[in-house]
Design a protein around this ligand. Structure first.
Ligand code: ADP
Length: 198
């Protein structure tokens, strides 16, 4: 299973990525988590990424693409993976396509988890109280939502054109949203079986 989980900040990607990846026994790869771990350890990658993250801007494609290429080359990704928060730019889409082409495999599905913008802001503000993430202040949250809308939102169309996209409502309990995602994946795979049948 090779899956992408897309969606605006606060839609619940990280939570759902963990559950869905476990269900399919594939690694959940969150570019945000990898960057944060590197910032905490103050590695060269973390130092390079930190200023962008603190401002709510995307880390440059060259840095992000190299990191993802290295991660997908690890053995645990051979049987599949769930990417959470990648790709987010057109250049990242191109990079992922060429990485997959090199290994001769394709994506199975792209899930776009979405929610109303006001809901997103209130969830992120609530999270900032619990987790104290550096980029969960109101002004940085607004910037992250803007960057998402400008740069990442439009990428969904290119996956929709490839018949890979499923839009899922991120509003509700964790279990309800998980069930919606699983149902969306099942219906996509049965549609595909139906259309590829002789
Ligand atoms: P969110 O989606 O809530 O903003 P993430 O944890 O997914 O949170 O990402 C946090 C930050 O990490 C982003 O604001 C950005 O600076 C950086 N980042 C994560 N993934 C990418 C990516 N694919 N491309 C560029 N920057 C990224």
């Amino acid at each position: 299973m090779r899956l992408l989980l897309m969606g605006p900040p606060g839609a619940g990607k990280g939570t759902q990525a963990a559950v869905i990846a476990e269900r399919f026994a594939v690694p959940a790869i969150s570019t945000g988590d990898i960057f944060r771990a590197n910032v905490t350890q103050q590695t060269a990658l973390g130092v390079a990424a930190q200023t962008y993250m603190d401002a709510g801007e995307y880390v440059p494609d060259e840095i992000t693409n190299a990191m993802v290429a290295a991660r997908l080359a690890e053995r645990d990704c051979a049987g599949g993976f769930l990417l959470d928060g990648y790709p987010r730019t057109p250049q990242q889409v191109v990079e992922l396509d060429s990485l997959l082409e090199l290994t001769g495999v394709g994506l199975d599905a792209v899930v776009l988890l979405d929610a109303d913008p006001d809901e997103l802001v209130s969830r992120l503000l609530a999270r900032s109280e619990e987790q104290g993430r550096a980029d969960d202040t109101e002004s940085v949250i607004r910037r992250r939502l803007e960057v998402y809308a400008a740069e990442t939102g439009p990428l969904a169309d290119s996956y929709a054109e490839r018949d890979l996209l499923s839009r899922v409502d991120g509003l509700g309990t964790v279990d309800e949203v998980t069930e919606r995602i699983l149902a969306a994946l099942t219906s996509m795979s049965s549609q595909r079986t139906a259309t590829s049948a002789p």
